[in-house]
Design a binder for this molecule. Structure first.
Ligand code: ZN
Length: 237
């Protein structure tokens, strides 16, 4: 199953970081329309976990939309489109940024409202977004443990998904994640040897690869990226 990695989507580009992660809302809506018209099912985090660990397949064309960093555009721009097309997504939250009400970041109220819709679910992207691979064991423990505790408490859930900031991790990260109750971990393509390809259980559930969606990625390019996974699923029904 392909996993797409997004960050921000907006119609007000001037209010956001001018970087390749900032996707214009028109481009993003075209991507959602392309997925819909080609018959793709966007899965929730829970569905994704089932698909990756069992033979259960809701369809031969499945895709997991993931968003990093808990940008407020998840609420202002992306969520309305998910509702419009009835599509699912997962957002990875930097809990320390939410707790200090950092500008451009979602509030717990917005996060709770999106979760209640059933269209968006949430995992950890640590407390303060460090590259975990460069951190001491104890610093990593704090990042992984506190962010999970905050998400568990605020969303009344057992958080079991971790997205490593900037794709940074080491062996300690993986053992700590397991010890603390994380079962699914997401990488950044191009970091730490991660390759952009469809995710499968044999990748290791704590080291799942993704495809990076950038401001310059068109809907056509996105469909080309995910086509090999779809071909494989259709051949192996
Ligand atoms: Zn991030």
């Amino acid at each position: 199953m392909p996993i797409l990695m997004f960050h921000y989507v907006t119609s007000r580009a001037d209010q956001l970081p001018q970087d390749s992660n900032n996707i214009n809302i028109v481009t993003f809506e075209n991507e959602l329309k392309a997925l819909k018209s080609q018959g793709y099912t966007t899965v929730s985090g829970t569905d994704a976990q089932k698909i990756l660990t069992t033979k259960e397949k809701p369809s031969d064309k499945m895709i997991w939309l993931t968003f990093d960093d808990g940008s407020v555009t998840m609420y202002t721009d992306i969520f309305p489109l998910l509702k419009k097309y009835n599509m699912h997504a997962t957002n990875f939250i930097i809990t320390g940024f939410v707790n200090k009400a950092q500008g451009g970041i979602l509030s717990w109220e917005q996060i709770k409202e999106m979760k209640a819709s059933g269209l968006v679910d949430f995992g950890s992207h640590t407390v303060s977004h460090p590259d975990l691979g460069t951190q001491t064991l104890e610093a990593q423990r704090t990042e992984l443990e506190q962010s999970k505790a905050d998400l568990d408490k605020n969303l009344n859930q057992q958080t079991n998904m971790i997205c490593y900031p900037a794709g940074g991790y080491n062996q300690n990260t993986l053992s700590l994640s397991t010890e603390l109750g994380y079962k699914f971990g997401l990488l950044d393509p191009g970091r730490n040897g991660a390759v952009a390809q469809a995710a499968k259980e044999s990748d290791g559930l704590l080291t799942l690869p993704r495809f990076r969606m950038m401001s310059s990625t068109t809907a056509e390019e996105m469909m080309q990226m995910i086509q090999p996974a779809t071909d494989y699923n259709e051949k192996n029904k």
